[in-house]
Design a protein around this ligand. Structure first.
Ligand code: NAD
Length: 245
């Protein structure tokens, strides 16, 4: 039970990596709060966890709204107590190249992927301070490290990388650790509609395949647990060797 006694709030937990993290964290003893705009799907994952002797609560959360974060944190505290782990996982991918880019495409990407992470930390840190510390895990991407994909997505994930370091340094003496995860190409709904063929991707990825969501969730579990107690402001790359090339 690597997360026994921990209370974890995970954004974008209705499906994909967020749902995988919620299931894994619960199986390791955490009480999990699943926040998503897709409430019914988040509720279904929470029901599944509760039916397997875990402890889960689904809350409606739009990460772009500060009030929505306040409501989610309040609901989490009332049900389980102060939050000790936050996974800022919610994200969107708008497929617009530079010259065809639209204001709504840019703004929604930055709002969900970057501002959502900022608001999540802003609203959760007070709860962690009351808990005596905590671990924040921000899901960036290899697009937060190298040029890959669409401009707004690349920019938003780069912002998450440095925002993580800013908050990590600010709260290091408060026992709050903040790290980013940089997944490569993961087999989730986000990759539906990708125009590259599987063979193209397999050639680009040294390990020769997409990853499954659980392979990122194991990294998040490590960062959430005390096993990563000397890590803060750091970047955990889980990309099958993509950025090593
Ligand atoms: P996904 O689309 O399956 O899941 C994203 C979740 O975020 C969904 O449940 C969605 O409803 C939720 N979400 C979107 N907007 C939201 C909002 N405003 N408020 C609350 N929830 C919202 O995708 P995924 O692949 O599981 O993505 C998880 C994270 O991993 C994202 O931040 C994504 O950018 C990142 N990532 C994905 C890949 C990949 O290849 N799939 C690679 C690197 C990083």
């Amino acid at each position: 039970m690597r997360l026994k006694g921990k209370i974890a709030l995970i954004s974008g937990a209705a499906r994909g990596m967020g749902a995988s993290e919620a299931r894994l964290f619960a199986s390791e003893g955490a009480s999990v709060v699943l926040g998503d705009v897709l409430h019914q799907q988040a509720q279904a994952v929470a029901d599944e966890i509760n039916n397997s002797d875990g402890h889960a609560l689904a809350v409606t959360l739009d990460v772009t709204s500060e009030q929505s974060w306040r409501n989610a944190v309040n609901a989490a505290e009332q049900r389980f107590g102060n939050i000790s782990v936050l996974v800022n996982n919610a994200g969107i991918l708008v497929r617009e190249e530079l010259e065809e880019g639209t204001d709504p495409g840019w703004d929604s990407t930055m709002n969900v992927n970057a501002k959502g992470v900022y608001l999540g930390m802003k609203q959760t840190v007070p709860s962690m301070l009351r808990a005596g510390g905590g671990s924040i895990i921000n899901i960036s991407s290899i697009s937060g490290i190298v040029s890959l994909g669409y401009p707004a997505y690349n920019a938003s994930k780069g912002a998450v990388r440095l925002l993580t370091k800013n908050v990590a340094i600010r709260y290091a003496d408060k026992n709050i650790r903040v790290n980013s995860i940089h997944p490569g190409v993961i087999n989730t709904a986000m990759m539906d509609g990708d125009t590259r063929s599987d063979e193209d991707w397999d050639r680009m990825i040294p390990l020769g395949r997409f990853a499954e969501a659980i392979e990122v969730a194991y990294g998040a579990l490590f960062l959430a647990s005390e096993e990563s107690s000397f890590m803060t402001g750091s970047e955990l790359v889980i990309d099958g060797g993509f950025t090593a090339q």
